[in-house]
Structure formats: structure tokens, C-alpha cells
Design a protein around this ligand. Sequence first.
Ligand code: ZN
Length: 265
Amino acid sequence: MLGWLRQSLQQRREARALERRPIPDTLWQLTLRRFPFLSLRSDADLLALRRLCSLFLDSKEFHGVDGFELRNDIVVAVAAQACLPVLKLGISCYEGFVGIVMHADSVVAPRELRDEAGVVHVYDEVLAGEAVGGGPVMLSWNDVYGTAPAAQGQPAYNVVIHEFAHVLDMRDGVADGVPLLPDAQTQVRWRDVFEPEFKQFCRWVDRGVETAIDPYGCEGPEEFFAVASEAFFVTPLALKEQQPAMYRLLMSYYLQDPADHAHRG
Ligand SMILES: [Zn+2]
């Protein structure tokens, strides 16, 4: 199809979606109050974010599980935080899935793990959220909103940004802490920065040093990318101060500089 025709069809589709899913002022203001790191953004960013939220709500299907009743403030809370990472990358990054499954609280999932000796360990994992490749994103509302915000000096905690960072990581087919990047050269540059930053972080956690990034990041590079993304958006000044190279790496990927907003805020 001709480029201009495709573009104009896309614009018309978006205009219809925006008409179908407007976000009322009171609901938008409530969302910004609930998640203060959003309200630090510039007016232009917030305008773009609100628009993306409408497109997100128009293209995704929310399901409440086990009698959990969805409300407008719940879906907008998820949409606003999910859209922040793709503010500059575009909503098409989330094209690979449709469903968002919401529980009232965290979920206990039975797990089996075979160790190197072949012994199978059976255990329960408590999940605040989960993202699977090509599948739905699962979130616990009590973890999205309800848990007390991290105290000053504590690592950031944000389950929505965490799970949607996994979605972005898995766009190239693997959850390995390397999101979809434009070319092989950029991938090499990514690993050159990411790997030493990851190792340094794990050394700090082992020694009991307080980190800007949630110590859960030591579980593996994919978790490090997800929790580093939480810190990047929620407590950017702390991340920039402790791991400036990691901050710059995320800046180059997300095409945003949240610390700049936090300074002004
Ligand atoms: Zn994770």
C-alpha cells in the first residue's frame, strides 16, 4: 500500500479510537494523584500519555478474574503506567498481545523446578503480575495500587512497569534483558554496558549495599531489565546517581529522560 494512504488510514483509525475511549478529566486527575511519578511529567508528555491511554484501552481486553470487578479507574491506572515506557516508542510495541487479566490480589502459582542433579523441586510462587510471550499480562490490583509506596531511599516498586518491560524485552522472542534493538551493532553496545552494570549490581546486593534497583533483579538479566525499568521511571534520580551508565542505557532505549522531569518537579 502507498505510504501516505497507509498513514491516513492509520490516522483515521486512531481518531475513531480516541473518540470511543476518551478519558474524563476527573478520572485522569485521580490517576495522576495516585501515581505521583506520572504527574511530574511535562504538560506535553501528559497530553501524549493520555492519548496513548485511549489507544491502549481501545486495543486491549481487560478481564477480571475470580469475581474481581473492573472499574474505569482500574483500567486507566494500568493503561497510564503501561503506556509511560512506550511514550516515545509508540503503542505498536504492544501489538503482540490483547488480554490483560486482573486479580484482586497476588496469585499463588504451583511451580516445578528440576535441579542439575535431576531432582524435581515443587514449590509455590506468589505472583504480583506475570507476562508471557504472546500471551496475556496478569496483574494483581492490590499490587498495582494498594501496597504502600516505597519509602524514601527504598528501591522503586511498580508491577505494571515491571511486567510491561518484560513485554518489551520479549518482542525479539526471548526474555534475556535485551529488548528489540534496531541492529546487531546496537545489540553489542547494549551488552557492553548492560553486563558489567548487572554484575556490579549483583555484587552490591551480595554485600548488602542499598540499591536504587530492587534486589530481585539478581534473579537474572531479564529481571534486572524489568526492575531497572521500574527505577528508571519511578525513582529516576536515585538510579541516575547510583548506576549512571545503566540510566543512560535505558534513556537510549526508551528515548526519555525522566530524571530531568524529576529535577524540575
Ligand atoms: Zn519479572
